[in-house]
Write a protein that binds this ligand. Structure first.
Ligand SMILES: Nc1ncnc2c1ncn2[C@@H]1O[C@H](COP(=O)(O)OP(=O)(O)OP(=O)(O)O)[C@@H](O)[C@H]1O
Ligand SMILES: Cc1cn([C@H]2C[C@H](O)[C@@H](COP(=O)(O)O)O2)c(=O)[nH]c1=O
Length: 204
């Protein structure tokens, strides 16, 4: 059987990095072979993007993260899917629809860059109220210049505003508010949804 491609996006502090290994472990316990990955990837373009997010701006960063995405798909994601694995990817195209637009790139440009990127079977969008995101980032520390803005509201708002474009462009969205759930409860909800997607058990 071909694998299943699940992406997880959302504003900084929404819980992507926390939830992904928990989700991977929950699916592995249920007998799935799971491949965890992230974007920017661990490949050469991804390392360049991650190490120099402070230096690259606008269209340059948009093109770099997209080039990394196509390389990541060809070298890592597609082979894992062909081997029947569940691929869980921390950040994918939805992050570009938000971060690159926050960086001044027109949405249409971002949509065109990503038009031929493989669509996931499920695109999970994690979110939480801006004051919760800000509190988490203050406690954890910021990862990039995108999180130095002081307010998480513009980023969280863009995920909501661009949901319609993502749906139109072929991303089957599933929203989870991590401000409302513990990481374990969020993973349980997502796992039930994934089981339904795999059509092995009915959704509860
Ligand atoms: N559901 C949750 N309930 C409470 N706290 C959470 C929840 N999910 C994550 N956290 C906490 O919020 C903080 C940020 O989470 P995490 O680093 O996973 O976010 P992220 O979305 O990966 O952020 P970034 O985009 O900056 O990498 C962590 O300290 C984590 O423990
Ligand atoms: C996928 C993707 C990533 N980025 C940038 C934004 C951040 O600087 C890093 C990701 O770091 P994090 O620890 O996951 O927050 O990469 C981007 O600008 N556009 C993208 O599509």
């Amino acid at each position: 059987m071909p694998g299943i491609f699940i992406t997880v996006d959302g504003p900084g502090g929404a819980g992507k990095t926390t939830l992904l290994p928990l989700l991977g472990a929950a699916l592995a316990e249920q007998g799935e072979r799971v491949h965890l990955t992230r974007e920017p990837s661990s490949g050469p373009l991804g390392r360049l993007a991650r190490e120099h997010t402070a230096a690259f701006h606008g269209p340059a960063l948009a093109c770099l993260v997209t080039a990394d995405r196509f390389h990541h798909l060809a070298e890592e994601i597609e082979p894992a899917l062909a081997a029947g694995q569940v691929v869980l990817c921390d950040r994918y195209v939805p992050s570009s629809y938000v971060l690159q637009v926050l960086d001044g790139v027109p949405l249409q440009y971002v949509r065109q860059l990503n038009a031929s990127a493989r669509r996931p079977d499920l695109a999970i969008i994690l979110t939480a109220a801006p004051h919760i995101l800000e509190m988490r980032l203050a406690e954890r520390g910021v990862h990039s210049r995108f999180e130095h803005r002081g307010s998480s509201a513009p980023e969280a708002d863009l995920y909501a505003e661009h949901a319609g474009f993502l749906t139109t462009d072929g991303f089957p969205l599933y929203h989870v508010d991590t401000g409302e759930f513990s990481p374990q409860a969020a993973v349980h909800a997502i796992t039930c949804h994934v089981r339904a997607l795999l059509s092995r058990t009915p959704q509860v």
